[in-house]
Design a protein around this ligand. Structure first.
Ligand SMILES: [Zn+2]
Length: 473
């Protein structure tokens, strides 16, 4: 077993930061010690096989990205990152666990779809991975499947109020799935946008000749997100299901979540870096077809409307519980360009699995969130939310040695030819200059990124069998 000693750094957790040394044996953290402690012998550095100097740097738990879509089929194509390329990019950016989505469509058995996702991911991943299950058709058969999946470590289920004819669930179907989730104690995840009304707005826009990517944003206005979020909260309140609202982008939707939480309801909000940094005016409205790079749903919101400030504020208050990427990359060539002349045909998604830790650290640098809150929303709460704590999301004895050494004085330039390991022909964050740098990444004790070199391997990542959520009120 390889013993690794990380010394000189400041260990940051969700609850505090202090100078601590970390001893790793094999795949596991065995001790977190005050510098100079002789509790385990006088010279731990001398007894270790590998010593990592973290002087002046933060030592944080590996990132947990609770929302990714590797090689996901969508709109006649497939997300351009495979489990191999996507998890490698995640590792580069300091994320050591992802939770990806298995997709069930009408006519498919839920259990079969989980089997086929296991086949896609097994032996391919650079870092550990778990699965959520998308229920594309709620019926007796798929509801039965939900209970079987919980026993297999898939303990969260996602429904869609958007995308009629694809993933859409009616309110009646949502009610039934929530009743099942409540009975199982499983987390119900919701894409909350009123898809029926949105489809009418899309049709009307296209009929007017408004076909550019910009109109993807204007046909999915915040009212459609707030309304659906409220409806999901009411159905969850009625059934007692814990509700996790994915990729919240509208301040008004978050206000609904905050109200429900204040009333003591198990409702949680997730947002993504794209909603905190990118906007309708500056990105979706880019000239020509450029805006297609930033077509995702929920859409980027108007900066002038103040959503970004609201998202940051709710990040501080805890009503935004987690930050994930909703990593769903498509290339411009042969993928996004299917929507030239009709924005509704642009595959929905932005790639960002590589940049979440860096982008959210900018919130620390600008004083929007504390250092501890950074670790909490990017690592610890996602691990608890999805039943992986304390194996993931914390540096403590017994935890998997998923550790990132982060240099707050380092620098990272994002963009093609710079920091970009995702399988995409553009970067959604091209030109972003980051104050901070992921220096070293350990996944279950193994150094997979160090000093600009990739040392990981395909197949190192293992499936994480998850417990029920540990984050309920
Ligand atoms: Zn998603």
């Amino acid at each position: 077993m390889t013993r690794t000693f990380i010394h000189g750094g400041t260990v940051v957790s969700a609850t505090g930061s202090q100078p601590l040394d970390v001893l790793v044996d094999g795949e596991t953290v065995v001790a977190v010690l005050h510098p100079g402690s002789t509790a385990l012998g006088a010279d731990l550095a001398a007894a270790a096989d590998r010593v990592l100097d973290a002087t002046g740097k933060y030592v944080i738990p590996g990132g947990v990205d609770g929302h990714t879509h590797m090689q996901m089929p969508f709109g006649g194509t497939e997300a351009s990152d495979t489990f191999a390329t996507g998890t490698r990019a995640a590792a580069w950016g300091g994320t050591t666990t992802i939770v990806d989505f298995v997709v069930q469509k009408p006519g498919e058995r839920v259990q079969d779809t989980l089997g086929s996702w296991h086949q896609k991911a097994a032996g391919q991943c650079a870092v550990d991975y778990g699965f959520h299950q998308i229920i594309g058709e709620v019926d007796d058969e798929s509801l039965k499947g939900m209970s079987e999946l919980v026993a297999e470590g898939v303990t969260s289920f996602k429904l869609f109020m958007a995308y009629p004819g694809v993933f859409y669930s009616t309110d009646g179907q949502i009610l039934r799935a929530m009743q099942s989730a409540a009975g199982l104690g499983a987390l119900l995840m919701m894409h909350a946008e009123n898809g029926i009304a949105i489809d009418v707005l899309v049709e009307q826009a296209l009929a007017r000749g408004d076909t550019a990517p910009y109109f993807h944003g204007t046909t999915r206005p915040w009212q459609m997100e707030e309304e659906a979020t409220h409806r999901a909260i009411m159905l969850a309140q009625l059934t007692g299901a814990p509700l996790y609202v994915v990729h919240v982008s509208a301040g008004q939707a978050l206000a609904q979540i905050a109200t429900a939480r204040d009333a003591g309801q198990n409702v949680f909000g997730e947002t993504c870096p794209q909603y905190l940094y990118l906007s309708l005016e500056e990105h979706l409205a880019a000239p020509g077809f450029e805006g297609a790079k930033w077509v995702c749903s929920t859409p980027l919101r108007s900066r002038a409307e103040g959503h970004q400030e609201e998202l940051w504020r709710y990040l501080r208050t805890g009503d935004v519980a987690t930050v994930s990427t909703d990593h769903c990359p498509f290339c411009m060539k042969d993928q996004k360009d299917m929507g030239i002349g009709d924005f509704s045909k642009i595959p929905n998604g932005i790639g960002g699995v590589e940049h979440r830790m860096d982008l959210m650290f900018q919130g620390v640098q600008s004083g929007q969130i504390s250092l501890e809150r950074w670790v909490e929303v990017c690592c610890t709460t996602p691990a608890r939310m999805f039943g992986m704590y304390p194996r993931k999301g914390v540096i403590s004895p017994g935890a998997d040695a998923d550790i990132v050494i982060y240099d707050p004085r380092g620098h990272t330039s994002i963009g093609l030819g710079k920091t970009h390991h995702m399988n995409m022909d553009y970067s959604a964050y091209e030109g972003f200059e980051i104050d901070g740098h992921v220096d070293t990444v350990l996944s279950r004790g193994r150094v997979i990124v160090d000093d600009g070199a990739y040392l990981g391997s395909i197949g190192h990542g293992r499936f994480v069998k998850r417990q029920l959520s540990q984050n309920l009120i």
